[in-house]
Design a protein around this ligand. Structure first.
Ligand code: SAJ
Length: 439
């Protein structure tokens, strides 16, 4: 099947780079976004998000007349839905008296509905947004069939998850293996034809529900593995063990690779996607729900450990919080456990001054930010490292000792060179290390 034009709904971290990939292979793209200011920015050849290489790609695509943006879809050969699926923050599902977070499918639903007036026989529709199992068949299909056209007969319909890592999206979109699940084999084939326009990795065809599960399984697998690392950290604390030493020794086993404990799991994927399985089958997804609870509880565990290191009291302590991002060397604060730790500290009466090199002015409630690392250091009683940013790894402890009155350091991500900091007369605590406890 040949595609001359594609309409992509949702001009975010996935939709916009995907649009550029199509245009570079000669396919015209209409990028749809409900926010008029995003549409205007794109039509000027500019971008509203940060991703290496994207600004140039959009500029070229718009200048060449291959990419246009609009607030509503227009007739095209194929439609790709790439809008966000967050979860409801307050409206929780329930099972057995327990509360669960629920996926917010409103953006996906209204994107699908907006295609109705322009859906034509012979079209392909692909959902890329991370979604609970059976969304393509049970939610998208009935909406699209309100057009009077029949899926699998008049148009093809598929699900294809994105698996790219922020910071490397343009490369990974092309190189990563791609899974395309159709509501029938013809739909999977049409999807494979569409993505083979720019994908150089292998394209695997399957059914749509399997493809939905694959994406959720990938991120759930990682979440559960991080949860066990966090639980090992808690156990090590109980038994007087250094979890970092124990993890490196256990990982010498040829079939064992243990991830790292930390302040918790953040970002918009791994801390969210497991809930899509839990909400769909709470009676079955018990380990997954438990892993979420362990990871969500990690900021509280960290606070308890810090309190103990400070001799039992957080009130009135000046804490220099180093790092707010959800992981090293990104500017993304979404669902970041570091932000939660900072807020919990403020609630506990500590005076927080946070330094986030990638977002010095985030304006978060309960998280006063320093204008510089030096300012965060200047009046601190304790330095709390929450993210393994390169800037923190390369700190020189002898220099820091001159910049701060603090002599207590708590490293929640094992990113500092502990012997060097101790040699510079800092009292260094590490999350999950009860073996090398100072004092
Ligand atoms: N984390 C730990 N310990 C570890 C590893 C990570 O505490 O050993 C924490 C990180 O600090 C962070 C969170 O987990 O807070 C998630 O970080 P990550 O690097 O594991 O994942 P993301 O969210 O940046 O990207 C993931 C990727 N999925 C997998 O690795 C299975 C990526 O391929 C997906 O495209 C992306 O989710 C997504 O969009 O779903």
């Amino acid at each position: 099947m040949k595609f001359n034009s594609v309409c992509i709904l949702g001009m975010g971290y996935i939709g916009l780079p995907t649009a550029c990939m199509f245009t570079q292979s000669g396919v015209r793209v209409l990028g749809v976004d409900i926010h008029p200011e995003i549409v205007d920015t794109l039509n000027r050849g500019q971008i509203h998000i940060h991703e290496p290489g994207l600004a140039e790609a959009v500029n070229q695509a718009v200048a060449a007349g291959m990419l246009r943006a609009a607030t509503a879809p227009q007739p095209s050969d194929a439609f790709i839905i790439a809008v966000p699926t967050p979860f409801y923050l307050n409206d929780l599902g329930e099972h057995d008296g327990k509360s669960y977070k629920k996926a917010d499918m409103r953006a996906v639903e209204s994107a699908a509905r907006s295609i109705l007036p322009v859906l034509r026989p012979g079209n392909l529709v692909v959902l890329e947004s991370t979604s609970p199992p059976r969304t393509t068949t049970d939610l998208i299909r009935p909406i699209l069939e309100e057009s009077g056209l029949k899926a699998g007969q008049d148009f093809t319909l598929a699900y294809s998850p994105e698996r790219v890592l922020p910071g490397q999206i343009l490369r990974e979109l092309v190189e990563n293996a791609r899974v395309i699940g159709g509501i029938d084999p013809a739909s999977a084939l049409a999807g494979a034809d569409l993505y083979s326009v720019f994908v150089r990795g292998q394209i695997h065809q399957t059914d749509s529900t399997t493809a939905e599960m694959v994406k959720l399984m990938e991120n759930t697998y990682r979440d559960v593995n991080i949860a066990i690392a966090n639980e090992f950290g808690r156990l090590a604390t109980r038994f007087g063990v250094d979890v970092w030493e124990a993890i490196s020794l256990a990982s010498l086993h040829p079939r064992v690779k243990i991830l790292s404990p930390g302040p918790g799991v953040g970002g918009h994927c791994i801390s969210v996607d497991p809930w899509f399985l839990v909400e769909s089958a709470p009676d079955l997804a018990q380990l997954i729900a438990k892993a979420r609870a362990v990871n969500d509880g990690q900021p509280h565990f960290l606070l308890q450990q810090l309190r103990a290191a400070l001799g039992g009291n957080l009130a009135g302590v000046n804490v220099a919080v180093l790092g707010l991002a959800y992981k090293p060397d990104v500017d993304d604060l979404r669902e970041s456990p570091a932000v939660e730790v900072a807020q919990l500290l403020t609630q506990a009466g500590a005076h927080v001054l946070a330094w986030e090199p990638y977002k010095p002015q985030a304006n978060l409630p309960g998280v006063p930010q320093a204008a510089s690392l030096q300012q965060a250091f200047s009046n601190a009683n304790v330095l709390l490292v929450l993210v393994g940013h390169s800037q923190f790894k390369t700190l020189q402890p002898a220099q820091v000792a001159q910049d701060t009155p603090a002599r207590l350091v708590f490293d929640a991500v094992n990113t500092l060179n502990a012997p060097a900091w101790r040699a510079a007369h800092f009292t260094l605590h590490r999350l999950g290390d009860a073996k090398n406890q100072p004092g």
